[in-house]
Design a protein around this ligand. Structure first.
Ligand code: ADP
Ligand code: ZN
Length: 649
């Protein structure tokens, strides 16, 4: 991308923010929070905006920037973010630039000189540059009207992304002869960090807007797997369903990243890998290949992701259970930023619990204080609770962030399964009581025999007469066995690995026994036959798919013309989508920029749906502003025409 090749849009005649939203960004309506924040900033009021990823924070300061005289400066912690934002703005015809370490000294000087002459409306800057002489002289020539602080939680030491240079922002503001309006943006979830932001940035009576953390377009699911082969199988089945769309596979260890990468590459998938054990240049290349969709599937550790803006990520699969729900939600939340339906699937096996416990208790990363240990353990318990049981997954996430949530969201794996579940409360209570009364020194298979009132070779007559013994005498052993396995599958029971191989009650089982939780549902299909893990995964999957096919349909959007289930128009749209996606890819390649900066997936879907013929119709597509219509309109219209002609022949 050339540094200075932007068009300046003259917005003299535009005073309505909605008109800017439509003409520049190509969107017809504001999303929740955007209008309130834009109005506040246009009024000269400071703001703290807490909006989840993908909610559309950028336009909240970009629109005021375009509607006021003078320059808006945006402080951003990462060069990748600045690069994307400036690229996206230029695609919309907005004169924007960044000042950071990726520029050569010559380029930097030139950018400063251009900026000083007022060539840019929006300038992104790294916080470390604020107090440099060159920037100070720029500020003297072009004082800020508005200062936006992106990823504002970096100012807080309580957050995991603390950046000391963010603490320079407040003193910097105090040195300015005229204080600009200041707006802080973050997607952080913790109260403590949110509190720090206003204080440490020196905001004055800011308006605070906190949006819901719900991401309705994300479909959440947890898939219970047994052993490595099963994990791989579940992963491959997800990848096959993704049908070439882009996604991330998060793994707990570098070794797993390597394993997943090699497996996918061997099978011919365009995958890349990213972890801290790889040389810098290899990591950078992997990131670029992923962002540019040359290799749309990325296997990575949690080292990957901070500052990644890729909007067309259609799935995030966790190959292993992470250690806490906040990290999980942050990583999973990298899917579906463009608002189109996306899948967040966690592959979970009981051994993940032992791995995470091991990580907490190990002193590898320094000795932890008792408080830290307790917190980590509590966080892990919440994570395990997310993976187990049968309650709505979205509900569990929102409650974690102290948000009210309905009992059932209708768009997660548990809600899908609950439609076909049976009440297992009495059975579970009886089984749990028997374990509690006897100490559980036997296997899950023996537990079934005891409930049936039989004896087992190892235990003999020992437990005859115990609470629950023979309570399910009238059932077939196969059936009792299936139900006991279903309880184990849904993580009410665990088998201790050593020393006794006992059956253990999990926290959630104890809650049922103690009356804290008073209802247990298990998927009906778990109870009808002896579960065979692989076939079950497939059955569950197909029932989930009916609800929300991969990528597009059924996840809270009204779009109906996509997805693999229907006939009719779906094949038509899917094929057109592929053609438009290929065109977008070739344009992006020519311009050496990520495809999602040319057009987001959401825009391509809308384009398929509207199938515009004229440039006016093209402009009505969501995400097509005037500049992009001029740049790309004819090529996309041509593709759509060619496609329609092909079909009618
Ligand atoms: P955030 O920074 O909050 O994660 P972005 O600013 O990157 O989110 O916006 C996410 C996506 O939503 C972008 O593709 C953006 O163009 C799009 N977007 C923003 N506002 C709107 C809107 N009002 N209508 C439709 N799409 C929007
Ligand atoms: Zn749900």
């Amino acid at each position: 991308m050339t540094q200075f090749a932007s068009h300046v849009i003259v917005l003299l005649f535009m005073n309505a923010k909605l008109e800017v939203l439509s003409r520049v960004f190509g969107y017809a309506a504001f999303r929740p929070g955007q209008e309130i924040l834009i109005d506040a900033l246009l009024d000269g009021r400071d703001a703290i905006a807490v909006l989840p990823t993908g909610a559309g924070k950028s336009v909240c300061y970009q629109i005021p920037a375009l509607m006021t005289n003078g320059v808006t400066y945006v402080i951003s912690p990462l060069v990748s973010l600045m690069h994307d934002q400036v690229g996206a703005l230029r695609q919309c015809g907005v004169a924007a630039a960044y000042l950071n370490s990726t520029l050569t000294p010559g380029q930097y000087r030139k950018a400063i000189a251009n900026a000083a002459q007022g060539m840019y409306k929006i300038i992104y800057i790294a916080p470390e540059r604020l107090n440099t002489d060159s920037f100070r002289s720029l500020i003297a020539a072009q004082p800020p009207t508005l200062l936006a602080v992106d990823e504002a939680h970096c100012v807080s030491q309580w957050g995991h992304d603390f950046r000391p240079s963010y603490l320079e922002i407040r003193p910097f503001l105090e040195t300015l002869p005229v204080r600009p309006t200041v707006a802080a943006f973050t997607a952080t979830a913790t109260q403590k960090v949110r509190g720090d932001i206003g204080e440490l940035l020196g905001l004055r009576d800011p308006i605070r807007y906190t949006a819901s953390f719900d991401r309705p377009n994300l479909f959440f699911d947890v898939k219970r797997v047994r052993g490595k082969a099963d994990r791989d199988k579940a992963l491959l089945s997800e990848i096959a369903d993704a049908n070439g769309r882009s996604g991330i596979i998060y793994c707990a260890t570098r070794r797993n990243v390597d394993h997943v990468f090699e497996m996918l590459t061997d099978l011919g998938y365009p995958a890349a890998r990213y972890h801290a054990g790889l040389p810098d240049d290899e990591r950078r290349r992997a990131q670029d290949q992923f962002l540019l969709d040359e290799r749309p599937i990325l296997a990575a550790t949690n080292a990957f992701g901070m500052g990644i803006n890729k909007s067309n990520v259609s799935f995030v699969i966790h190959y292993n259970m992470p250690g806490d729900l906040e990290s999980y939600y942050q990583e999973a939340g990298r899917a579906g930023r463009d608002g189109t339906p996306a899948r967040c699937v966690l592959l979970f096996a009981a051994e993940d619990i032992f791995t995470q416990r091991g990580l907490i208790e190990s002193s590898e990363n320094g000795v932890k204080s008792p408080d830290d240990l307790r917190l980590s353990r509590e966080r892990l318990e919440r994570m395990i609770a997310y993976c187990t049981g049968s309650r709505c997954l979205r509900g569990k996430i929102l409650r974690y962030f102290d948000e009210a949530s309905p009992d059932a969201c209708g768009n997660c794996g548990c809600c899908a399964a609950a439609r076909e579940s049976v009440d297992a409360t009495d059975f579970a209570r009886t089984a749990f009581s028997l374990i509690k009364a006897t100490g559980g020194f036997f296997s899950v298979g023996t537990l079934a025999r005891l409930l049936k009132g039989g004896t087992a070779p190892r235990t003999g007559e020992k437990y005859r007469g115990a609470v629950g013994f023979g309570a399910y005498e009238h059932w077939t052993l196969r059936r009792v066995d299936a139900w006991v396995n279903a309880l184990a599958d849904n993580l009410y029971l665990l088998t201790e690995s050593e020393p006794y191989h006992r059956v253990l009650l999990t926290q959630q089982a104890l809650e049922v026994l103690n009356g804290v939780e008073c209802h247990i549902d298990i998927p009906a299909e778990h109870t009808t036959e002896h579960p065979e893990s692989v076939s079950r995964i497939q059955t569950r999957k197909s029932s989930v798919n009916k609800q929300a096919p991969h990528g597009v349909e059924g996840a809270g959007l009204s779009r109906t013309s996509f997805g693999g289930t229907g006939g009719g128009t779906s094949a038509y749209s899917e094929e057109l989508f592929e053609r438009l996606r290929a065109l977008r890819q070739s344009i992006a390649k020519d311009q050496k920029m990520p495809a999602y900066i040319v057009f987001s997936n959401a825009t391509l879907y809308d384009m398929c749906e509207k199938a515009p013929v004229t440039i006016e119709q093209f402009l009505s597509v969501s995400g097509v502003g005037e500049h992009k219509a001029r740049l790309y309109g004819h090529r996309f219209l041509e593709e759509i025409r060619a496609y329609s002609k092909n079909r009618s022949n």
